[in-house]
Design a protein around this ligand. Structure first.
Ligand SMILES: [Zn+2]
Length: 247
C-alpha cells in the first residue's frame, strides 16, 4: 500500500502544534503563582508593619505605666519627708527621690525614641499601602491576561485535537499505528524529512538505494539509524524533492 505521506505529515504537524500549545499552557499556573506570591508578599509586608506599630504602641503604654508608677512612688517619698525624724532618714529619702527621678528621665527618653520609631513605622505603612494599591491593579490585570491566554490556548488544543481525531481514520491504520509507536519512542517526532541524502533529525546518511526507493515507490521506509519514518518534501508541482531542493 502507498504511504500516506500527506496524512502522516499533517498528523506530525498537528502533534507538534499540540505539544507547543500544551507547553505554553503548562507555564501559565507557575506565572499565576508568581503573581500571587507578589500579592501575598505585599500583604505580608503591610501586616508586619502594622504588627510592628502595635508592638510599638504597647511598649509606649508599658513605659508610660512605669513612669506613672515611679511618679506615684516619688509622691509617697515626698510625703514621708515631712514625717521623718532623723537627718539620715531624710537624706536617704532624698536620694531615693533623686534616683527615681533619674529613672523617669531615662524612661522618658526611651518613650521619645519609641515615638520617633512610630513615626517611621507609620510612614512605612503609608508607603506599603500606597505601593500595594498601585501594584495590585497591575497584578490583577496580569492575572486576567493570563486567564484569557489560558482560555484561548485551551480552545486551540480542543480544535487541534478535533482535527487530529478527524484526520486519524483517513490514514491507513497500520501506518497510523506505526506513527504512534515511533512517536511515543521518539519524543513525539515520528517523521523526519530527507535533506540532501541525510535524515534531517539524526543526520545519518541514507543509502542511495533506499533514497531512490523512497522517491520512486512511495513506501514507508524507516531511517536505519533513528527509526523515524523518512519522507521527501513535496513541491507545488507535485514532484518530490529532498529538503535541499534536489529532484
Ligand atoms: Zn534518522
Amino acid at each position: 500500500m502507498d504511504a500516506d505521506f500527506d496524512g502522516l505529515i499533517e498528523l506530525q504537524e498537528l502533534d507538534v502544534e499540540i505539544r507547543k500549545v500544551l507547553s505554553l499552557l503548562d507555564k501559565i499556573p507557575a506565572q499565576v503563582e508568581t503573581i500571587n506570591r507578589k500579592i501575598e508578599a505585599a500583604v505580608q509586608t503591610l501586616a508586619l508593619a502594622r504588627e510592628k506599630l502595635s508592638q510599638n504602641q504597647k511598649k509606649r503604654r508599658d513605659l508610660e505605666g512605669e513612669v506613672k508608677d515611679i511618679k506615684t512612688q516619688i509622691t509617697k517619698y515626698k510625703l514621708q519627708l515631712n514625717q521623718v525624724k532623723t537627718n539620715r532618714e531624710y537624706q536617704s529619702l532624698l536620694k531615693e527621690i533623686e534616683e527615681n527621678q533619674k529613672k523617669i528621665d531615662l524612661l522618658e527618653e526611651e518613650i521619645i525614641g519609641e515615638l520617633l520609631n512610630a513615626d517611621q513605622i507609620e510612614a512605612d505603612i503609608r508607603a506599603a499601602v500606597e505601593r500595594d494599591r498601585d501594584e495590585r491593579a497591575g497584578f490583577e490585570e496580569e492575572k486576567k491576561t493570563l486567564a484569557g491566554e489560558k482560555e484561548y490556548w485551551e480552545g486551540q488544543v480542543r480544535e487541534l485535537e478535533a482535527r487530529r481525531r478527524a484526520l486519524l481514520p483517513r490514514i491507513p491504520a497500520d501506518q497510523a499505528g506505526l506513527y504512534e509507536r515511533i512517536s511515543l519512542r521518539m519524543g513525539g517526532q515520528a517523521l523526519s524529512p530527507v535533506t540532501d541524502d541525510f535524515c534531517t533529525l539524526c543526520h545519518m546518511r541514507i543509502r542511495p538505494q533506499m533514497l531512490s526507493e523512497l522517491v520512486e515507490k512511495h513506501e514507508i521506509l524507516l531511517c536505519e539509524n533513528c527509526g523515524r519514518i523518512l519522507y521527501c518534501i513535496k513541491e507545488k508541482d507535485g514532484q518530490e524533492k529532498d529538503a535541499s531542493g534536489r529532484l
